[in-house]
Design a protein around this ligand. Structure first.
Ligand SMILES: [Zn+2]
Length: 315
């Protein structure tokens, strides 16, 4: 990866997007876009290029160990999924007596939907990668193997919750995608968006001490949200913010001297330690302490992910 130094004075303008160029990487500019209200790469790929990238290549080339590692992480991952599902159940229980429904857009291998199905939710997934969609089907889930776009969205049922995890950072038009997602949600339903929390303070501290900005990976990640820019995007499409969540701030390891950037062995070790921390609290019956800790970090803008639960306008 080649990253040139920041040149804050330089601006770009392409007719639609305009703002300061804050980084340049892999032939892309990262722009603090005044039109969009969040940081994103330019130039953006076409819908055709996006479809090709995610239908065939993504899980094969970018995530070759994803399914096997996810299996190792199953017990720990379930904590995060159950936190979200239990929050959705609390938020929705007053208006919905029968089983709740969820659509997972970009459901990947289906682990989140499986957790929902195991709790009695009615589930539906859509996923462009053939490999990932097949895996989800093998878990017994109903998954449409396609891109979620203006042609496929209307064919999907409406739901109490629409879940978009590690999805919005990949797409060239997150505003259009969110509007389609709202269309698949009942009035007064929930939309949950989880993205990497990028350009956060811990990343800035690591960068200031000489670590390259490893989180910049265009064209795989096109958008670089933090809590503030994700919140303002969700409000812009008419959603009401209900809750902010996060996961362990992995950059803490970097700042404490464990440099996992570009070192898979150190990265795996750090990941094992954060799993140990989360599971230790859970096994001690202190899951609520973990949730409070991460809730407080989210409010401070810290944590590896920015996860926001928002509500659509009522009926
Ligand atoms: Zn823009």
């Amino acid at each position: 990866m080649t990253v040139l130094p920041q040149r804050a004075a330089q601006r770009t303008e392409d007719g639609t997007h305009r703002g300061a160029v804050i980084d340049r990487v892999n032939g892309y500019s990262i722009v603090a876009c005044e039109t969009c209200g969040f940081r994103h790469a330019l130039p953006l790929p076409t819908p055709q290029e996006q479809s090709e990238a995610y239908t065939q290549a993504y899980y094969r080339d970018q995530k070759p160990t994803y399914v096997s590692r996810a299996r190792e992480d199953a017990e720990w991952s379930r904590l995060g999924w159950d936190d979200r599902l239990s929050l959705f159940e609390d938020l929705l229980k007053k208006t919905n007596a029968q089983a709740l429904s969820v659509l997972d857009i970009g459901c990947g291998p289906g682990w989140f939907l499986k957790a929902a199905a195991d709790r009695g939710w009615k589930t539906q997934g859509i996923e462009p990668s053939q490999q990932a969609a097949e895996h989800a089907s093998q878990l017994g889930l109903s998954v449409v193997n396609a891109m979620f776009d203006a042609s496929t969205a209307p064919k999907l049922a409406r739901n109490d919750v629409v879940h978009l995890n590690n999805m919005l950072e990949h797409v060239a038009d997150p505003i259009g995608l969110l509007r389609l997602a709202i269309g698949r949600t009942w009035p007064g339903g929930l939309i949950c968006v989880g993205v990497p929390n990028d350009y956060n303070a811990f990343q800035a501290a690591a960068r200031a001490s000489g670590t390259q900005p490893w989180w910049l990976v265009p064209p795989h990640h096109l958008n670089y949200f933090d809590f503030a820019s994700l919140e303002s995007l969700l409000k812009r499409v008419g959603l009401e913010i209900v809750e902010t969540l996060t996961s362990f701030p992995m950059e803490l390891f970097l700042l404490m001297g464990d440099n996992y950037v570009g070192n898979d062995a150190v990265g795996r070790e750090c990941h094992a330690r954060r799993k140990h921390f989360d599971l230790a609290l859970e096994k001690a019956g202190l899951g609520d302490v973990r949730r409070k800790l991460y809730g407080a970090l989210a409010k401070a803008g810290i944590g590896r992910e920015a996860i926001i639960v928002a509500r659509t306008a009522g009926a």
